[in-house]
Design a binder for this molecule. Structure first.
Ligand code: NAD
Length: 236
């Protein structure tokens, strides 16, 4: 399978969200222009991105094949003009994003954020199965979450037993790097870093950072900076 550039992966995730919304609304087709308008990129880039869904290991199914007459004007998932079949595109994106297989997840740091994430129902819809929580104060955290919380001393054994591949990191920032290294040693391959710490990814571990405070800071900029189009009307 060819490697997809990181920026393209980010856009594939956005396309998946849009296509899912179309599906929920009962729409059967979506054009590259629709996707371009929703994401703020060009239709050309959308089509280029979606070419990454072609997988030599999994040839296009017969139902996706096109007539020879139409083939010249046809992308592999859709016909120019008619657009992409929403359900097929959604399924291909789901597969390409690796969501077909359940991922074993652990949450490390069962404080306010860790507990909120543990109880978030949509994780399972995307095949992310929270199998354990960990905390230096496991006894305290256990009383307030549905997820079983283990002490950090049991990290390696539980990661192995529960086949945990991904960890959500919700510890204080100053503990983040050390915990990331413990996770790597235990065999975790992906870390979703919620802390503000800039992590040095341990060997063999992919780190993705999420930060809603960054969104708030951008909002603050647009609401306060003079001369931006998003500036609110003068308060007089
Ligand atoms: P919290 O203090 O409520 O919880 C932190 C938990 O981590 C505690 O239960 C603590 O016992 C545990 N802990 C401390 N050191 C540990 C270690 N070495 N190993 C395992 N567990 C350890 O904090 P919170 O409000 O839940 O925030 C957690 C983290 O998430 C912080 O770094 C915070 O800055 C960050 N945060 C990020 C976002 C975001 O948008 N990404 C939003 C809110 C908070």
């Amino acid at each position: 399978m060819t490697r997809v550039p990181s920026a393209t992966v980010g856009r594939l995730v956005t396309y998946f969200r849009i296509v899912s919304a179309y599906d929920t609304q009962g729409k059967t087709h979506i054009t590259s222009s629709d996707l371009a308008n929703e994401t703020g990129v060009t239709a050309f880039l959308v089509r280029k991105d979606l070419n990454h869904l072609k997988d030599p290991d999994h040839p296009v199914a017969a139902s996706e094949a096109t007539t020879s007459k139409a083939s010249a004007a046809t992308n592999y998932l859709g016909t120019r003009g008619a657009g992409y079949d929403v359900k097929q595109l959604k399924e291909r994106l789901w597969e390409r994003l690796g969501l077909t297989t359940p991922w074993g997840v652990a949450i490390v740091g069962m404080g306010r954020l860790g507990r909120a994430i543990a109880d978030y129902p949509s994780l399972i819809e995307y095949n992310f199965v929270v199998r354990a929580g960990f905390d230096v104060d496991a006894a305290a955290a256990s009383n307030i979450s549905k997820v079983t919380v283990y002490p950090m001393e049991e990290l390696a054994a539980i990661v192995h037993r529960e086949r945990i591949t991904i960890a959500f990191l919700t510890v204080p920032a100053d503990a983040a790097q050390g915990v990331a290294e413990q996770l790597a040693e235990a065999g975790v391959r992906g870390i979703l870093n919620f802390t503000p710490a800039v992590l040095d990814p341990p060997d063999g571990v992919h780190v993705e950072s999420v930060d809603f405070m960054a969104g708030l800071k951008r909002l603050s900029y647009f609401l306060h900076a003079p001369g931006t189009t998003d500036e609110p009307a003068s308060s007089g």
